[in-house]
Design a protein. Structure first.
Length: 422
């Protein structure tokens, strides 16, 4: 594992974030901020963030943990027991050095350990307090534990909207909702920091998995709110617009045609499959209504045509018409071999000792203030001594807090980590 001694670059260089959260949503938001240049200090529980066990839970026998690495690279790890007076004092003093406190701990637990928003914002009016919850701050489920499969995928309506009639709901991929809400979390932190520049004051900023899930399917939900109507889930064999559908080439590779604008895109499709007569006035397929009424028949004909050539040949045909819009349906292997993905900066080299490790890049580039990961994820408590030693020389610390910090530093020097439990 590498250290984070390299001087941070990026738009958030000089910003300190103290993160206290587990699993994915909060750590992923902190990971984005770290990639963008912030000094992110991760407070961990006694046995570590449970996401450290992802490698084992996924059945891997490797010596690394890819999901944890993605969300926790470039951070510093400190282990504290905030159920004790000493641990709470050390945590408070650490947060007092920060611009941002980022957490996913439930509000009632934060209150119990003295880290509630009112408490910390009362101590430091410039602090940005960023809280990611499952269900928000009000209502009967405000303090309910949540995972993204429940609050984001199931309860926010995404799973239902993706379930075909008579079929079982699909499962989301790991961390989909968490990574989505993490992007909102990082954005709200940056917006609050901009606001602080104007007003001199920080603030509490919050988001939730439930709200994020609803916003993700906002196209559907706002149609329901404003029109009282549902948008049906498309079925490939009967899509009302056959030019907005997926097909299989002769080599078994699937692709998606994105002909949303009938007037513009349908002629390109008809020419690509060498059926210009489909454009002639009076033909069953010449109008959007005609294609809708004959959708199943037209899709079956297109299936037969596309099965006659491998995808590479169809790609050449499609490329001949700039108005033809399509995409391959990439597998993981296809994506990693896709030259456009590489050209778009999809992968990044993360410093790892004397070498580097290839990982997925976070989805933002700063062209004026380049940023990127500075190190692989820290070991549990790897920086406890270092960070608490930094606190021990911070001037003008109240005597009681100073004594608590000195006790925490002394404890950190003994075998075993300090403990955090909420």
């Amino acid at each position: 594992m590498t250290d984070t001694s390299e001087v941070p670059t990026g738009p958030l260089a000089g910003i300190r974030v103290v993160e206290m959260g587990v699993w994915v949503a909060g750590p992923a938001a902190g990971g984005l901020l770290a990639d963008w240049g912030a000094d992110v200090i991760k407070i961990e529980p006694p046995t570590g963030d449970p996401a450290r066990a992802f490698g084992r839970l996924l059945g891997g026998d490797m010596d690394n943990n890819p999901p944890f690495e993605l969300d926790n690279r470039s951070k510093r790890s400190v282990v504290l027991d905030v159920t004790t007076e000493e641990g709470r004092a050390a945590a408070r003093e650490l947060i007092a050095t920060a611009d941002v406190f980022l957490t996913t701990i439930r509000p009632a637990a934060l209150e119990r350990v003295g880290l509630a928003p009112d408490t910390l914002l009362g101590d430091d009016e410039r602090l940005v307090y960023a809280l990611i919850t499952g269900f928000g701050l009000e209502g009967p489920d405000a303090d309910k534990a949540a995972y993204d499969i429940a609050a984001y995928w199931a309860r926010a309506g995404i799973a239902d909207l993706l379930t075909a009639p008579g079929e079982d709901p699909p499962f989301q991929r790991g961390g989909m909702g968490d990574h989505t809400v993490a992007m909102t979390g990082a954005a709200m932190v940056c917006a609050a920091l901009v606001g602080r520049q104007a007003t001199g004051r920080g603030q509490l900023v919050t988001t939730s998995l439930l709200r994020q899930g609803a916003y993700t399917v906002g196209f559907d939900l706002n149609v329901y709110l404003m029109w009282g109507r549902e948008i049906a889930l498309g079925r490939r064999q009967t899509m009302g617009n056959p030019a907005m559908n997926n097909y299989v080439a002769g080599d078994g590779k699937r692709f998606w045609i994105v002909g949303l604008d009938g007037a513009r895109h349908w002629p390109s499709l008809a020419r690509a499959v060498e059926h210009p007569e489909w454009l002639e006035e009076g033909h069953d397929y010449s109008t959007p209504l005609g294609r809708f009424q004959h959708a199943a028949e037209l899709i079956a004909r297109l299936d037969e045509i596309f099965a006659t050539r491998p995808l590479a040949e169809w790609a050449e045909v499609f490329a001949a018409d700039p108005a033809f819009s399509w995409s391959p349906v990439n597998s993981r292997e296809d994506l990693m071999a896709d030259p456009q993905f590489h050209a778009a900066g999809g992968l990044v080299q993360v410093p790892d000792g004397g070498s580097s490790t290839t990982m997925l890049a976070t989805p933002v580039d700063f062209h004026g203030t380049p940023a990127g990961p500075r190190a692989t994820a820290p070991g549990l408590g790897q920086h406890t001594d270092e960070v608490l030693a930094e606190l021990a020389v911070v001037p003008a610390v109240p005597r009681q807090s100073r004594e608590a910090i000195e006790a925490a530093v002394a404890a950190a020097e003994r075998p075993g980590p300090l403990r955090l439990a909420v």
